[in-house]
Design a protein around this ligand. Structure first.
Ligand code: SAM
Ligand code: DTB
Ligand code: SF4
Length: 328
């Protein structure tokens, strides 16, 4: 089965426009051709370096440009990172994702980062990092240390991007994704909906992902978590009607599933404020991965207890082994 990387914006807009039940039916059919049914992969996040980031991403509590009141911290010790990874594994997580509030890693941090990757990998967890931009050499070093996935999001459409971030370009992000691919790592790349973008921007965002040279193996779809003191968080808090409509969010997930059939589509930030019914619709739409635990990087998350209860109610199993693709 050849995966299409030549989707047009018109085709994507047409999928978004389908009657909801037709869209969900198609997405779930695609899902079942490529993935085990009723199974959701669990990833756990840890912020290994919090706050004080020089970038100006309008959604982010960790930007030094934001007035979120978050205290800037130093890079954590490897031992503390490994202790958190062990706890994540004990809670059933299959992948451990370490995030740093950096524009890019500095040369002096690379040894410590490689130690963390090797240690987490040795526990039998899949490893993921998100550290900002990487050059070719940094990507190769992390891959050699055992890094399985690198998360770097396109965040939104190329057109809306400049409304959200000015300190790095869309092309900078595409370059990092190229370096990650060239180093042989799997790509985790998605973005955020509910930032005040239009439907057309959501079409453009999924178009950008689905027409990369290869589909990202993981596609995190975040709903904006509004954080006071950030440009977008304040915008949303002051105009509650701007919040993304649940059904529009579900349509975005379903369209992503149809465009990128083999990818893991992750229902990411923003889940804490979603009803169980909306989350169930997202799983029907083809989402098959979540972040577990009660914290994302700085914002709250649903927590293991709530997730276990939800899975029980919906008859969903946590994937135990690394996600396997079902042959078409
Ligand atoms: N500093 C690195 C970078 O941006 O490349 C890695 C960490 S950054 C927090 C990772 C991603 O989290 C962002 O690209 C964005 O998509 C998502 N994110 C950050 N803050 C968010 C928020 N308030 N709501 C939803 N998603 C958010
Ligand atoms: C992604 O797309 N979502 C995660 C992960 N990649 C690193 C991060 C979500 C962050 C949510 C806001 C916070 O915790 O500050
Ligand atoms: Fe920095 Fe990443 Fe936050 Fe942007 S999203 S401000 S790069 S931590």
């Amino acid at each position: 089965m050849n995966l299409r990387t030549d989707w047009t914006r018109e085709e994507i807009a047409h999928l978004f426009d389908l009657p909801l039940l037709d869209l969900l039916f198609e997405a779930q059919q695609v899902h079942r051709r490529f993935h085990p049914r009723n199974a959701v992969q669990l990833s756990t996040l840890l912020s290994i370096k919090t706050g004080g980031c020089p970038e100006d991403c309008g959604y982010c509590s960790q930007s030094a440009h934001a007035g979120s009141g978050l205290k800037a911290e130093k890079l954590m010790d490897a031992d503390a990172v490994l202790a958190a990874a062990a706890e994540a594994k004990a809670n059933g997580s299959g992948r451990f994702c370490m995030g740093a509030a950096w524009r890019e890693p500095k040369a002096r941090d690379m040894d410590a980062l490689c130690t963390m990757v090797a240690g987490v990998k040795a526990m039998g967890l899949e490893t993921c990092m998100t550290l900002g931009m990487l050059d070719r050499d940094q990507a190769e070093r992390l891959a050699a240390a055992g890094l399985d996935y690198y998360n770097h999001n396109l965040d939104t459409s190329p057109e809306y991007y400049r409304e959200v971030i000015t300190t790095r370009t869309y092309q900078d992000r595409l370059d990092t994704l190229d370096h990650v691919r060239a180093a042989g790592m799997a790509v985790c790349c998605g973005g955020i909906v509910g930032m005040g973008e239009s439907r057309d921007d959501r079409v453009g965002f999924l178009h950008a992902l689905a027409t990369l040279p290869a589909h990202p193996e993981s596609v995190p779809i975040n709903a904006l978590v509004p954080i006071r003191g950030t440009v977008l968080g304040d915008m949303l808090a002051d105009t509650p009607l701007a919040r993304i409509d649940d059904i529009e969010f579900v349509r975005t997930v379903a369209t992503a599933r149809i465009l990128m059939p083999q990818s893991m589509v992750r229902l990411s930030a923003g889940r804490e404020s979603m009803s169980e019914a909306t989350q169930a619709l997202c799983f029907l739409a083809g989402a098959n991965s979540i972040f577990t635990g009660d914290k994302l990087l700085t914002a709250g998350n649903a927590g293991a207890g709530a997730d276990a209860a939800l899975f029980e109610k919906l008859g969903i199993q946590a994937m135990t082994a690394p996600a396997e693709v079902v042959a078409a």
